[in-house]
Design a protein around this ligand. Structure first.
Ligand code: PEP
Ligand code: MN
Length: 263
């Protein structure tokens, strides 16, 4: 179902009127995690001003250490909904379990499957049944073929609203958190009709590399970006080193609008 043989022309995933995979770029932005009402509302207003169509923010955080901040869960979802009502932005958030899917449905417009859950087949099936649009991240050690099979799990339950996201893979290089595999963009476009966006933040791991990687992603043909933006990155409870300040995100949007039209 994800392959070009099933559908030769590119898919457009429509999230309440925002089209992903059309002629215009889609920008999703916001903090790694929802931390407080002030933080998420400030982030939402800033990214909206710069031109984003989606607000991101994790309520269920899959952290490497069990002692690290795990997210505000349903309280975080309520704050995301409040930010949507204040700005009109579409909401995307990561779901890490069947339970999280069920709790999140009324609050959000799009689910995110994180890199760590790309082959959590039970979760993929549950999302497939939900029919909610989904951003499926590539795992840090998944091949493109495995990743497209993960999309197949969601689509085989009837949910065709799948958008792929390249977010860097693990290589021998340690200068960046992951290695952004930009080849994935043209390769996926050749194999699949699904839209593909790029997450330069988790690839880079350092805010100073986010803007050049964003430009490269758009030049390679990505349908959009998902970028971490925090009102005060230094104080972030997760991924502090890679989140952009609102002013930096504003320059990013300005830069890429010269390369391709933003919705
Ligand atoms: C995130 O989006 O905050 C995240 C955890 O991303 P990834 O799954 O790509 O590591
Ligand atoms: Mn993050």
């Amino acid at each position: 179902l994800a392959g070009k043989t099933f559908q030769p022309e590119p898919s457009v995933v429509n999230v309440n009127g925002v089209k992903i995979g059309g002629k215009e770029l889609v920008i999703m932005a916001g903090p790694c995690a929802v931390e407080s009402r002030e933080q998420i509302l400030e982030a939402a207003q800033a990214v909206k001003r710069s031109g984003a169509q989606f607000l991101r923010g994790g309520a269920f955080k899959p952290r490497t250490s069990p002692y690290a901040f795990q997210g505000l869960e349903e309280e975080g979802l309520k704050l995301l909904k409040e930010a949507k009502d204040a700005t009109g932005l579409q909401i995307i958030t990561e779901v890490t379990s069947d339970k999280a899917v069920e709790v999140s449905i009324p609050y959000v417009d799009m689910f995110q499957v994180g890199a760590r859950n790309v082959q959590n087949f039970q979760l993929l099936k549950e999302i497939g049944k939900s029919m909610k649009p989904v951003l499926l991240k590539r795992g840090s050690a998944t091949t493109i073929d495995e990743w497209l099979n993960a999309a197949e799990y969601i689509m085989s339950e009837g949910n065709y609203n799948v958008v792929l996201c390249e977010r860097g893979i693990r290589t021998f290089e340690t200068a960046t958190r992951n290695t952004l595999d930009l080849s994935a963009v043209p390769v996926v476009k050749n194999m699949s009709h699904l839209p593909i966006i790029v997450d330069p933040s988790h690839a880079a791991g350092k805010s100073k590399y986010v803007i050049p990687l964003s430009r490269a992603a758009i030049a390679a043909g990505a349908d959009g970006l998902i970028v971490e933006v925090h009102p005060n990155p230094m104080c972030a409870l997760s991924d502090a080193a890679q989140q952009l300040k609102p002013t930096e995100f504003d320059s990013l949007c300005e830069d890429i609008s010269k390369l391709a039209p933003i919705l």
